[in-house]
Design a protein around this ligand. Structure first.
Ligand code: BGC
Length: 592
């Protein structure tokens, strides 16, 4: 008798398990999780949830540390220095942010993640000249499978060679940025990118193309290493998020402009359109090169390099007030600390820097694991099947491109009010839901065989959810992936930390570009669930481990880590210095 009951229970459990695996249930699960995060933005419910989970609610939600000088630095409610947003600081930040244009233009122009679908590498004239064997294989490929599109490893390696160059160069950039100042890395980045665009535009053989791409990559490595740091140091603490996100805004504008330009040049008769696309990279490169010639260096870097008077003067100019004593003396303290550190690369491994090191590795890793580049680059394939025909790539580029640019403004205007955590949690939830829906909609039409057609109306629904996904990314992981790592490090290892951020970002963009078409062919619509799964993991990670950094002065960020329920353990009381004082444990108190 018992045996029969047990068999029934096992049988029903198996059925339930099968049910749970069905798509609808997955969707319901995603919705439930999303609701949890949305609801948990109300503090009381969240504190209840965390307490149920047995987690001490400090730092990650709201905490504060009283500094020895009496000022209060709190997660989300930072100490305020006198000063206002001056036209000078606004202009310098706008000019510096244009460094993002070169990165964005390259993403858009070369079709980095999927060279056979978009970018110059999808133009017949370009392939005929440089990769004729790829073109003939592509033409011979008659597959109608929507998951297994034409895949050329040669082209992928060629386009993503740029990421390897950027990865390596960001480490050299870190030295230039620290020893000579942020300005020179930006200038160098612009110049090297300019050389790359000239080589590419004038290319007569594959070697020229490859050298050109390596130069472009080095330029991007330098710019991405220095621009976010520059912006975070120049900006007043309470507007740091807004001014820093100018960088991501320029990336999105670069992508959009490149896509539209590519569409136009692909139509040029005579087969030299690709040259125009590649050579036009000189425009964003010239903007940042000339612009950075006129940029002043940041007060932080000036002090770090032993020019305190120039730093004080610069601080007065950027803050628009003579009352800069407090901020200046905090910068001097930070710089004294920094001088004791001779080897940033050895020091960054110390236990007290573990929180920042973890973030600067995981944030860019997670940013790429959102699947943004896959969704954006796969969009044209979907659009073709949806029935947009030859205009598919333009349509998808314009629609997702505009959403990407416009949605970035949402983060610009909210990041210093709502804070980084709320944007991360909301954006992550939105991406998770929309990704699961896109995967499900594709599964319904293409199943596992990859055969089928999407009716127009249905296609618009898919398009809508792709846009919801892109918008979620554009106000969360897109800008915050560059902002947060640039604002959490103390001066002595900031430059090294930022180069880790750049190299991890480039490494995983490279990896995803290498494997994405193979993954799509094997995992089919499951690829969308794969990325959705990662978005779930990263959202939980942020909820638990990232303290709020909005409005906290950059040189006092250590106190935010000290007050965090988990990271606090890694930082000793004597590690916290403000104006030469130490913070005793008695000064630390948490407010839940
Ligand atoms: C990411 C890129 C991505 C872009 C999209 C950036 O923050 O680093 O990989 O293509 O956003 O807007």
């Amino acid at each position: 008798m018992h045996g029969i009951v047990e068999t029934r229970i096992v049988f029903s459990a198996l059925l339930l398990y099968k049910e749970l695996l069905c798509l609808r249930c997955l969707l319901a699960l995603a919705l439930l999780i999303a609701l949890f995060f949305l609801a948990s933005s109300s503090l009381s419910l969240r504190s209840l949830c965390f307490r149920v989970l047995g987690i001490r609610l400090v730092g990650g939600v709201r905490s504060e540390v009283t500094m020895a000088g009496g000022a209060v630095v709190a997660g989300g409610e930072g100490k305020e220095y006198p000063g206002k947003l001056t036209l000078f600081v606004l202009l310098t930040c706008v000019v510096a942010a244009t460094g993002g244009l070169i990165f964005g233009y390259d993403i858009g122009i070369s079709g980095d993640v999927n060279p056979s679908i978009c970018g110059v590498t999808s133009m017949d004239s370009f392939l005929t000249k440089f990769f004729p064997e790829v073109l003939s294989k592509e033409k011979a490929n008659k597959s109608t499978n929507q998951y297994c599109t034409f895949d050329s490893p040669l082209l992928t390696i060629f386009t993503s060679s740029l990421y390897l160059a950027a990865l390596v160069s960001s480490f050299f950039a870190s030295v230039v940025t620290r020893v000579f100042g942020r300005k020179w890395s930006m200038l160098g980045g612009g110049l090297i990118f300019l050389i790359g665009s000239a080589l590419n535009g004038a290319a007569i053989n594959v070697s020229m193309l490859i050298f050109g791409r390596i130069f472009l990559g080095i330029g991007i490595g330098f710019a991405n290493q220095s621009v976010p740091l520059y912006l975070s140091e120049m900006a007043p603490a309470r507007l740091r998020g807004m001014l820093n996100i100018g960088f991501q805004l320029m990336i999105t504008i670069g992508i959009f402009a490149a896509n539209v330009i590519n569409y136009g040049t692909a139509k040029i008769e005579g087969g030299w359109g690709w040259r125009v696309s590649l050579a036009l990279a000189a425009v964003p490169a010239s903007i940042i090169t000339i612009g950075s010639l006129f940029l002043p260096d940041t007060p932080n870097s000036l002090i770090e390099r032993g020019h305190p008077e120039a730093a004080k003067e610069m601080l007065r100019r950027v803050r628009g007030t003579d009352d800069v004593y407090e901020e200046f003396s905090d910068l001097v303290t930070a710089s004294e600390e920094s001088k004791m550190v001779k080897h940033p690369w050895k020091n960054i491994l110390k236990r007290k820097y573990r929180p920042q090191l973890t973030m600067t590795i995981l944030i860019p890793f997670f940013q790429q694991l959102t699947g943004i580049n896959v969704i954006m680059f796969y969009a044209p394939v979907l659009f073709k099947t949806i029935g947009f025909g030859d205009d598919a790539s333009l349509m998808s580029a314009v629609i997702t491109g505009v959403v990407n640019v416009v949605a970035t403004f949402v983060s610009i205007f909210t990041v210093d009010k709502l804070g980084r955590r709320k944007l991360f949690l909301q954006g992550g939830t939105q991406m998770l839901i929309s990704q699961a829906i896109v995967g499900t909609l594709i599964a319904i039409k293409f199943g596992t065989s990859g055969q089928g057609q999407i009716p127009k109306g249905y296609g618009y629904v898919v398009l809508f959810f792709i846009c919801v996904y892109v918008a979620g990314f554009a106000w969360s992981w897109g800008p915050l992936g560059w902002l947060v790592p640039s604002e959490i490090f103390p001066l002595e290892i900031r430059s090294a930390g930022q180069s880790i951020n750049v190299s991890v970002n480039m490494f995983f963009t490279f990896i995803i570009a290498q494997v994405f078409l193979t993954m799509l062919c094997h995992m089919k619509f499951g690829l969308f669930y794969f990325f959705a799964g990662w978005v779930l993991i990263m959202t939980i990670f942020i909820a638990l481990f990232l303290p709020e950094t909005k409005n906290v002065p950059i040189e006092e960020m250590i106190s935010v880590w000290k007050a965090h329920w988990f990271w606090g353990k890694f930082i000793a009381d004597e590690d916290i210095h403000v104006r030469g004082d130490h913070v005793g444990s008695a000064d630390l108190h948490a407010k839940a």
